[in-house]
Design a protein around this ligand. Structure first.
Ligand code: CDP
Ligand code: CDP
Length: 225
């Protein structure tokens, strides 16, 4: 039939979800969705409009519903502008995490995310890909690493881009974001019973990618048996 497999990779900030999900997608020839980018885009639009991020759930959900975004290779086009770099700032990540706690904002992004499920398959990363957006996913992974390892990864990533950063500040941001994303009442980041834990604290990217690919091969073998 027209069964379209989904591999859902959820986890905390700077665990390597995006990097691993993109490489797995490339290996399998699947589509890729960076769901966090959608929350970051809503935050960017709100920040630019000077609005109070704490405030208006209804307006933020309208921004989410009306996002004029196209993902094209490494570009993220908002209208005519490539905002792929602009949305990566830690300020935007923190703002995204605040607006992501609003149920109406999450609801507004649901259909847009599900539209990425197209043949031959989808690899997606975020916080609630396996729990809410694609509960029927063929494989669900919770990708994590210690907060210290993640702060160091983010530090190296920023420095490599020529962006000055401070490890202690990054660690604090990560811990605050972990707490906010895990404790909110709607779609919190949690390790579900049907989800496989992948701790990458002592794994490099290639090892993490191989692990996901192997788990997917096992899932498919089981489904055929
Ligand atoms: O790359 P990083 O993990 O730092 O952030 P991200 O995946 O781009 O997500 C930014 C923020 O958006 C997160 O801190 C979450 O609060 C929110 N988010 C979410 O609530 N649900 C998702 N599926 C993806 C992101
Ligand atoms: O998407 P998320 O915020 O979870 O993380 P990312 O942006 O994919 O990865 C954060 C940084 O950690 C990147 O520079 C990766 O190259 C690096 N890294 C990794 O992803 N996985 C490892 N096992 C080690 C480092």
């Amino acid at each position: 039939g027209n069964y379209i497999p989904v591999i859902a990779i959820d986890g905390p900030s700077a665990s390597g979800k995006g990097t691993v999900a993109q490489r797995v997608a490339a290996k399998l020839g699947f589509h890729y969705l960076d769901s966090g980018a959608l929350y970051r885009l809503v935050a960017l639009v709100a920040m630019r409009s000077g609005g109070d991020l704490g405030g208006d759930e209804k307006r933020l959900s309208e921004v989410a519903r009306e996002l004029d975004v196209v993902f094209k290779g490494t570009e993220i086009r908002l209208g005519n502008e490539d905002v792929a770099d602009a949305i990566r700032s830690e300020a935007c990540g923190n703002a995204a995490s605040k607006i992501a706690a609003y149920p109406a904002v999450r609801a507004a992004l649901l259909a847009r995310q599900r539209a990425f499920r197209q043949l031959p398959g989808l690899v997606t990363d975020g916080r609630d890909m396996g729990s809410v957006v694609f509960p029927e996913a063929a494989l669900k992974i919770f990708l994590t690493a210690t907060a210290e390892a993640r702060a160091e990864r983010r530090y190296k990533q920023l420095m490599a881009k020529g962006i000055d950063a401070n490890i202690a500040t990054l660690l604090q941001d990560i811990q605050e974001r972990d707490a906010r994303d895990s404790n909110r009442s709607v779609a919190p980041l949690q390790l579900g019973a049907d989800t496989n834990l992948l701790d990458t604290t002592s794994l490099n990217i290639a090892q993490a990618v191989d692990s996901v690919l192997q788990q997917y091969a096992e899932t498919r073998a089981k489904a055929r048996a």
